[in-house]
Write a protein that binds this ligand. Structure first.
Ligand SMILES: Cc1ncc(COP(=O)(O)O)c(C=O)c1O
Length: 391
């Protein structure tokens, strides 16, 4: 048998050991983590909707009629009217003909990629795509070619030398960097080379684009340009699950073929009603998007003036690049000692030598919260001198 204990010890030695904190109370900027109050800048609740009273009311009001459990998969007897209402609402929200409600973004990526590509096909995947996309590629058994991050010219060259069915998959907003994929250019080369474009906009939906419709809408791209659009509901939308949206025929194909839609229990239907409530808020309330983006621009100005190495991002994901694993952990710990929670992200989540602090903002943060973060960063400045920073 493999020496698992030794592997754990080696992880510790390399500064790669991961631990969990126990949170009590709802998700909000001021978190109770392991019994200690910490001001958190590391959740994906970008719009502060995870604990919004309207969404809680929608959940509570739905429960007496829907009951609690999903009880069966969608194709047996689990496809509740509430799920169907959400799918219709998601299609309308994304400007697509149809949508499907998946249990998680991870499952959506696994199911969609393995349904639309198989043995003998080729998948082209951005080098920085999310782990669930990478795993979906593996599950598909297709040939996988990774292109350099955001490098459309490299992708186009690969597409040109490949025959057969081609699928191109990319994050819309990259989860650990916060930058946005060159979507217009990707759509153009996919059209020229007859490749199916799949965009996972997990971190763009709710935050970017007109009425929060995401990075694809912001780029002015339609269903014809991006036939398969994936989004998660547990981040800016503040509830749980994910969706895939696109032409009715492709969504029908997924109902037949996506294993992670077919072979799993449907989500609690009341959650679908809470998600509809959240989408209503997102469409109506531009103030939340404006506020979170105002926090982002002040943070960028002041943190870079302190000498921190920020990345080219205009989204609520604002990583501070450090480089070395231990330095990233040391800065995270120093911030925590000052009451601020920002987690260190290390390989394999990011490439070796690119450990970072992934700072994220939420509309629930106040300017005073940002003062606290900036104050703590200012005090910790000397911990990560220029020599440690990778950028
Ligand atoms: C780009 C991207 N896609 C998919 C997922 C997975 O979504 P979920 O948390 O709903 O499984 C994440 C993060 O969790 C992500 O960052």
């Amino acid at each position: 048998m493999r020496d698992f204990a030794l592997e754990l010890e080696e992880r510790k030695q390399a500064g790669l050991y991961r631990t969990r904190r126990q949170i009590t109370g709802p998700q909000q900027p001021l978190l109770m983590a392991d019994g200690k109050p910490l001001l958190s800048f590391c959740s994906n609740d970008y719009l502060g909707l995870a604990n919004h009273s309207a969404n809680l009311d929608a959940l509570r009001n739905a429960l007496p009629t829907t009951g609690l459990g999903g009880a069966a998969s969608h194709l047996i007897c689990g496809h509740h009217d509430a799920h169907h209402q959400l799918e219709t609402r998601l299609a309308q929200f994304t400007g697509r003909h149809a949508a499907l409600f998946f249990s998680t973004g991870y499952m959506a990526n696994m199911g969609v990629i393995s349904a639309f590509a198989g043995r003998g096909d080729t998948i082209f995947s951005d080098r920085l795509n999310h782990a669930s996309i990478i795993d979906g590629c593996i599950l598909s058994r297709a040939r996988v070619r990774r292109y350099a991050h955001g490098d459309v010219a490299a992708l186009e060259a690969m597409l040109g030398e490949t025959s057969g069915h081609k699928l191109v998959v990319t994050d819309g907003v990259f989860s650990m960097d916060g930058d946005i994929a060159p979507l217009v250019e990707l759509a153009r080369v996919c059209r020229i080379h007859d490749a199916l474009l799949v965009v996972d906009d997990a971190h763009g939906v709710g935050v970017l684009g007109p009425q929060g419709r995401g990075s694809v809408a912001e780029a002015g791209l339609s269903e014809e340009d991006v036939p398969v659009l994936i989004g998660t509901l547990g981040k800016a939308v503040g509830t749980s699950g994910a969706f895939v949206a696109g032409p009715s025929m492709l969504m029908e194909y997924l109902v037949q073929k996506a294993r992670t839609y077919i072979y799993t229990t449907a989500m609690p239907p009341a959650l679908a009603m809470a998600t509809i409530s959240s989408l209503d808020l997102i469409e109506r309330d531009a103030g939340r998007r404006d506020h979170v983006l105002a926090l982002v621009s002040r943070f960028r100005r002041e943190a870079s003036a302190m000498g921190y190495a920020l990345m080219p991002s205009r989204t609520p994901i604002q990583p501070i690049m450090i480089g070395d694993n231990r330095s990233a952990l040391a800065l995270s710990q120093a911030l925590e000692d000052r009451g601020v929670l920002v987690s260190a992200i290390r390989p394999p989540t990011v490439p070796p030598g690119e450990a970072r602090l992934r700072v994220t903002f939420s509309a629930a943060h106040s300017m005073e919260d940002l003062d606290c973060l900036l104050g703590a960063l200012s005090e910790c400045r000397d911990l990560v001198t220029g020599k440690d920073m990778a950028i």
